[in-house]
Design a binder for this molecule. Structure first.
Ligand SMILES: C[S@@+](CC[C@H](N)C(=O)[O-])C[C@H]1O[C@@H](n2cnc3c(N)ncnc32)[C@H](O)[C@@H]1O
Length: 252
């Protein structure tokens, strides 16, 4: 076997391993989410698996965090918590579509707000660490793909507000009075800080703030820790996987 063929075979093997890992992960979550004493749980878990599978190819977020987002969206609906869904850091729309798949499920129905430059990550700052600079411009999202995955999940356009541009320019142009889930997936210190400063106060007590990069990017962790400290928030950060964390906004 020539050098080129060996290289291609190793790429194929890596790809196959990733697919197998993905399938195992998804099936494991299906069974973890079911209970033999609650027959409905099998149907609900199947829907979860279907939605997570459909967004594959439209997201940089891996299964455990997509499942967590699905469950949090389900929970705020079950509790009839008022408010919209907000995602800062959309890329190709996969994780947003998970939340949006719940927009029509309760009364009053929710809207979903999507904020992204659709030009990739901005320049990081020192707070993001020495590993960050090569990622400038990474995750260049495509608006057409966002629209496609939303259509695939039959999410009505009237529920979706796409706000294209840099956060510092777009945030001052919007007011979202009530938020049920704030999903922050914007990697860098300055971006995460802007998201928390703009939207935290609109999150309803009992609503969720999801930090996709808390464990992975130091800038996200610093921004979130600084914010929690500055507001003296008594919150418990819940870990989803190596990077995803979330917390519930206190009731008082
Ligand atoms: C990791 S990606 C988001 C992944 C996405 N949630 C998914 O499902 O794959 C991070 C996104 O944040 C956006 N972003 C980060 N900082 C931003 C800023 N200050 N203004 C606008 N967009 C920003 C980037 O354009 C990029 O699309």
């Amino acid at each position: 076997m020539g050098e080129k063929a060996r290289y291609q075979a190793s790429l194929l093997a890596a790809w196959a391993q990733l697919q197998i890992l993905y399938c195992f992960n998804l099936i494991a979550y299906y069974f973890r989410n079911t209970s033999p004493v609650h027959p409905h749980s099998f149907r609900k878990s199947f829907r979860m698996m279907q939605v997570v599978h459909k967004v594959k190819g439209y997201t940089a977020v891996f299964v455990p965090r997509l499942v967590a987002l699905y469950k949090l969206s389900d929970e705020v609906n079950r509790l009839s918590l008022p408010g919209d869904f907000v995602e800062c850091g959309v890329y190709n729309g996969g994780s947003a579509a998970i939340m949006a798949s719940f927009c029509e499920k309760t009364e009053p129905k929710r809207n979903i707000w999507l904020f992204d430059s659709f030009e990739g990550l901005p320049k990081p700052t020192e707070a993001d660490g020495y590993e960050a600079p090569p990622y400038e411009g990474w995750c260049h999202g495509d608006l057409e793909k966002v629209k496609r995955i939303f259509r695939k999940l039959s999410i009505p356009e009237s529920r979706v507000h796409i706000v294209k541009g840099w956060f510092q320019d777009t945030f001052p142009t919007v007011e979202i009075p009530q938020i049920a889930i704030l999903h922050i997936d914007a990697d860098w210190y300055e971006s995460v800080k802007l998201c928390l400063e703009k939207f935290y106060d609109c999150v309803q007590p009992g609503g969720y703030i999801v930090l996709d990069d808390y464990g992975d990017w130091q800038g996200c962790k610093i921004a979130a820790d600084e914010f929690i400290k500055s507001r003296a928030l008594d919150v418990k950060l819940i870990q989803v996987d190596y990077t995803g964390f979330y917390f519930r906004k206190p009731k008082k």
